[in-house]
Design a binder for this molecule. Structure first.
Ligand code: ZN
Length: 328
């Protein structure tokens, strides 16, 4: 076999084994490497000590971050997290030739560069050196995918109570902006507005503290402080503070001296009597056992510990109940 013919054979063998070495040793699979998916082509130029020179084309493909090339034999591997592909090794054979080589490719989105010496071969007393002179994509890079906004789980939660208004103020017990968690279905907001207006007509000097309702579109409300809401996602809930004897804008537990039982009982009455759509009615969860009205519930016992829960000691959870209205 003439030298230059053998040389091409050597290059192909080197490429196959070299890529196998490098990819098996150094690489770890990566999802990010999926951005390099595509087909590539490269060129290696070589010069031999006898003065001859030439070039050799090679191709490879990357699918899902997995590298494969066909350089006479199939080779597989993974692309590094940073997009680099390293290969190196040594091949000898026939007693009269041997090659050492290293390959480094750098892939970055649509940009692909190849670098590094490719091979140094000796055969028949001569030497040949090669280097990668270019690598390019032969297919378009995958389209960048921008994550689409999460779909609103409850698009009907689209009516907002202004953060401040006549007869009420906003508070945020569990973190986040009090104003962000002021959404409801139009039907529930109508009922809540009726409660606020009725209360204001009766007690214009006692503004209601309105806490969490729902987030727009029914995504879960933020929670930096337990207990977090299980409800408040379908636009049919609002938390309202009990009334204080000083009529101030602070929270209060029904067990506190600052708690005004009479006014709070009045408030619960206003809530239960507010107009609701056909098939819906308003209920309240509040733990003061002295308020005995149809439609008022207490916290249940904890299912795991059997202990009485005290979530609704300091706020009235106002909600729609009924098969015709969204709840929870
Ligand atoms: Zn609540």
């Amino acid at each position: 076999m003439p030298w230059h013919m053998r040389r091409v054979t050597i290059f192909l063998a080197v490429a196959a084994i070299g890529l196998t070495f490098g990819l098996v040793v150094g690489a770890s699979p990566s999802r990010a490497a999926g951005s390099y998916d595509g087909s590539y082509a490269g060129t290696i130029s070589w010069q031999a000590s006898d003065g001859s020179s030439g070039s050799l084309s090679f191709t490879f493909g990357i699918t899902d971050g997995r590298f494969s090339a066909d350089v006479g034999v199939p080779v597989f591997g993974n692309v590094h997290l940073d997009g680099s592909v390293d290969a190196g090794g040594l091949v000898t054979g026939g007693g009269s030739y041997g090659c050492t080589f290293s390959i480094k490719l750098t892939l970055s989105g649509a940009q692909v560069t190849g670098a590094g010496s490719f091979a140094s071969c000796t055969a028949d007393g001569g030497e040949a050196h090669g280097s990668i002179v270019n690598v390019r994509r032969t297919s378009a890079p995958p389209a960048a995918t921008t994550p689409s906004a999460p779909k609103a789980p409850h698009p009907e939660v689209n009516a907002q109570l202004p953060c401040q208004g006549v007869g009420y103020y906003s508070y945020s017990p569990r973190g986040g902006s009090a104003c962000d968690v002021k959404w409801a279905t139009p039907q529930f907001l109508a009922a809540l507005n009726s409660i606020i207006a009725t209360w204001y007509a009766l007690h214009p000097d006692v503004p209601l503290g309105i806490g969490d309702m729902s987030k727009q579109g029914g995504t879960p409300p933020p929670c930096n402080k337990a207990p977090c809401h299980k409800a408040h996602q379908k636009g049919g809930d609002a938390d309202i503070r009990p009334i204080r004897t000083d009529k101030g804008g602070e929270g209060v537990s029904y067990k506190s001296k600052a708690y005004d039982l009479e006014l709070t009982r009045d408030l619960v009455g206003v809530i239960l009597n507010a107009p609701a759509p056909t098939g819906c009615k308003l209920n309240v969860i509040f733990n003061d056992p002295r308020i005995k009205l149809n439609g008022v519930r207490r916290d249940p016992k904890d299912k795991k510990t059997g202990k009485q829960l005290h979530i609704h000691d300091d706020h009235l959870h106002v909600m729609f109940v009924g098969s015709q209205c969204l709840t929870g």
